[in-house]
Design a protein around this ligand. Structure first.
Ligand SMILES: Nc1ncnc2c1ncn2[C@@H]1O[C@H](COP(=O)(O)OP(=O)(O)OP(=O)(O)O)[C@@H](O)[C@H]1O
Length: 244
């Protein structure tokens, strides 16, 4: 389970998060939807302990990510917004490097790497250098490295950015499988259809605050709108920065 409580964060004079609280449950896909600059990435970075909030806490399976960052990180996989790969490493070496960062050694490390390679069905590219990989192949390697330690929580920042339709579908299928296995999945997006198609719960964030929260159906009901698009526009007050 992932929680942020009463997050406040300023960059200089600019307040990016204004008392932001939300949670994401196990076995569910929770979408953080908001226009460009709403504060999604900032909130996720605080949650996984990469950024210090001025006030409030990020909690991963009951662990305060600012107080015990290493312990908290062992419970999460992070699929970052920009994925760089070590071009000279093979996919297997890349994934193994991340397994090492999570404390896997020797035969356990090899077993963990083999398991995630099989799970994501990337045997065909496992022993090729990452140099020259397509966006879809890169996405799978990054996903493998974020799942190699079998975390109970997965955080994805704009996961489908730059992916083609096929790669997006593959990612969606993998997320659906992880959800069935009880993983808590939280992802940020400003693409409304993606959030609507995938999420059990949607957290609408605008200007560093929660603008609405619930299932897609609940959000429609609450705003008195028949389409999600209209519901989101009503909650946020504008359609600027949201992609259909
Ligand atoms: N390191 C930083 N220094 C200054 N301002 C920042 C910094 N990081 C974020 N901000 C500002 O905080 C606000 C929230 O940014 P954030 O990246 O969290 O938004 P977002 O919702 O993830 O947007 P997008 O969908 O465009 O990625 C923006 O106005 C941004 O310019």
């Amino acid at each position: 389970m992932l929680e942020v409580k009463n997050l406040v964060k300023s960059f200089g004079e600019f307040q990016a998060l204004k008392d932001l609280s939300f949670s994401a449950e196990d076995g569910q896909i929770t979408g953080l939807l908001g226009p460009n600059g709403a504060g999604k990435t900032t909130a996720l970075r605080v949650l996984y302990g990469l950024l210090k909030a001025d006030q409030g806490v990020g909690i991963i399976n009951g662990i305060d990510s600012a107080k015990e960052p290493m312990k908290a990180r062992s419970h999460i996989g992070i699929f970052p917004d920009k994925f760089g790969l070590y071009e000279r490493l093979t996919a297997r070496e890349q994934i193994s490097y991340f397994a090492g960062l999570h404390g896997f050694k020797g035969a356990d490390r090899d077993a963990a790497v083999n398991k995630v390679i099989t799970r994501l069905n990337i045997e065909d590219i496992a022993d090729r250098r990452c140099e020259g990989f397509s966006q879809g192949q890169r996405m799978k390697v990054v996903l493998a490295q974020s799942l190699v330690h079998e975390p109970k929580n997965l955080i994805l920042d704009e996961p489908t950015r730059g992916l083609d339709v096929m790669s997006t579908r593959i990612l969606r299928d993998i997320l659906a499988q992880l959800k069935e296995q009880g993983t808590c999945i939280l992802f940020s997006s400003h693409v409304m259809q993606e959030v609507a198609a995938l999420c059990d719960k949607v957290i609408v964030i605008s200007d560093g605050k929660i603008a609405g929260e619930g299932t897609p159906e609940e959000l429609c009901e609450r705003t008195g709108e028949s389409s999600l698009e209209e519901a989101f526009v009503k909650l946020i007050g504008t359609d600027e920065g949201i992609a259909a």
